[in-house]
Design a protein around this ligand. Structure first.
Ligand code: APR
Length: 392
């Protein structure tokens, strides 16, 4: 089966579905190929915060109402130090540039519904996706795959968008000499659970000598808990009893209610960036090009920001014959990526070193506590923090 499309988007996570919607709005034809089933994609629960920069992107493309109706504002957060609460009023500190607290699966369901409503071509169960002729000077790319029925298919296109996450195939189609890879292991483990218990009033970061913990709302009846752990811990090391005992101890809240735990996993606290995010007519988007720790909540937002830059560049290339924005795609995205990597690393150090002195010693713990104190008492320090949370 042979066919053609302007753009083939590989992967239907936050990056692929955002890009597909923006291309549809721009009038650029695309086909989306997703390896998993629709229900798998719809149910995957990961991120939960859309920052201000992402909200602005959806507003500028005129889809904020469709995607964000009824979604609460992410207006403040609590940092609890040895049981003592400090509330940061992010709305005031950022001058109103707040994000939205939206569970990833809700955003995914809305993006998918909007794309399909607009007549979008979204194919699940696409197996053995393989890219050909990405950088050949006198031919255009070809994407081959097997569809859900096992039929071999071939799509000729002008551009390929690699939105297939960190373990996808598109990055592996790039010869290693064409890309520089940067990796960093933060030397910490995070054990995380998704629990059906009432969420905290505000997103909560807790610092104590027992180790770092965080609790974030995930919709009205659920929350995600993060607990600092040894980097080589496995979920089996954490019984439900240990989870709730440690959560109560670290959050300084003996009355924290326990409840059903729906998911347990250990998060890799690792960062990864490739440069450039392009090879010939292949453009890498989101986790396919970079991963960031969950600290700061920027993974999904970077994916959305990349998709916005690429959609605008593809619109210029396809509709106006102007390839300059495409030439600038990688550098434009990487500037933001490194800024957010720095923010995430800074916050990781601040939150962990101020509690657990085994990480970097007591001197560094006091330095981290001085930085925290500055955050609570200096308006410019609070504003700089809120500015980074807003993204952009
Ligand atoms: N062929 C087709 N699809 C593939 C393939 C493949 N070979 N490999 C992976 N995929 C699909 C996955 O099934 C998944 O649906 O690509 C999608 C990639 O989605 P994500 O891993 O969520 O990556 P991305 O869209 O870049 O979003 C990343 O979102 O969950 C948040 O914060 C998190 O940083 C993360 C961000």
């Amino acid at each position: 089966m042979r066919e053609s499309s302007r753009v083939v988007v590989i992967g239907a996570g936050p990056a692929g579905l955002t890009l597909a919607n923006l291309l549809q709005l721009a009038g650029v034809g695309c086909v989306v190929l997703e390896r998993q089933s629709r229900s798998y994609v719809e149910q995957r629960q990961r991120a939960g915060v859309l920052d201000y920069a992402s909200r602005r992107i959806f507003e500028e493309w005129g889809v904020a109402e469709t995607l964000l109706t009824g979604v609460p504002e992410d207006r403040a957060l609590e940092i609890r130090v040895d049981g003592e609460p400090h509330v940061l009023d992010i709305r005031a500190l950022s001058g109103g540039r707040t994000g939205r607290a939206i569970p990833q699966q809700m955003l995914i369901a809305r993006l998918m519904a909007a794309f399909l409503k607009g007549g979008g071509d979204l194919r699940f169960g696409a197996d053995q996706v393989t890219l050909h002729d990405l950088a050949a000077p006198d031919s255009t790319p070809v994407v081959t795959y097997r569809d859900a029925e096992g039929t071999a298919r071939e799509i000729t296109c002008d551009y390929v968008a690699g939105c297939d996450g960190h373990h996808g195939v598109t990055r592996t189609a790039v010869p290693p000499r064409e890309m520089t890879t940067y990796t960093y292991d933060h030397g910490i483990g995070w054990f995380t659970v998704l629990a059906d218990v009432p969420p905290p009033r505000l997103p909560l970061f807790a610092i104590s000598t027992h180790g770092f913990a965080a609790q974030f709302p995930r919709g009205p009846g659920a929350c995600r808990l993060y607990l600092e752990c040894a980097p080589d811990d496995v979920p089996a090391d954490w019984t439900d009893e240990r989870i709730w005992r440690q959560a109560r101890l670290r959050l300084g809240d003996e009355s924290l209610p326990a409840g059903p735990i729906v998911d347990k996993s250990v998060v890799e606290m690792r960062s990864f960036v490739v440069d450039p995010m392009r090879y010939g007519r292949l453009f890498l988007v989101g986790d396919a090009a970079h991963i960031i720790t969950p600290m700061g909540g920027k993974g999904m937002n970077l994916a959305i920001a990349d998709a916005d830059v690429l959609a605008r560049a593809l619109r210029a290339a396809v509709l106006d014959g102007d390839e300059e924005p495409l030439a600038a795609y990688s550098a434009t995205c990487l500037r933001r990526v490194w800024n957010q990597q720095e923010f995430s690393r800074w916050l990781t150090e601040l939150m962990h070193e101020s509690g657990d002195a085994t990480l970097a010693g007591t001197f560094r713990r006091q330095l981290a506590r001085a930085r925290l104190d500055r955050l609570f008492t200096s308006a410019p320090a609070g504003q700089a923090f809120a500015d980074l949370l807003a993204g952009g």
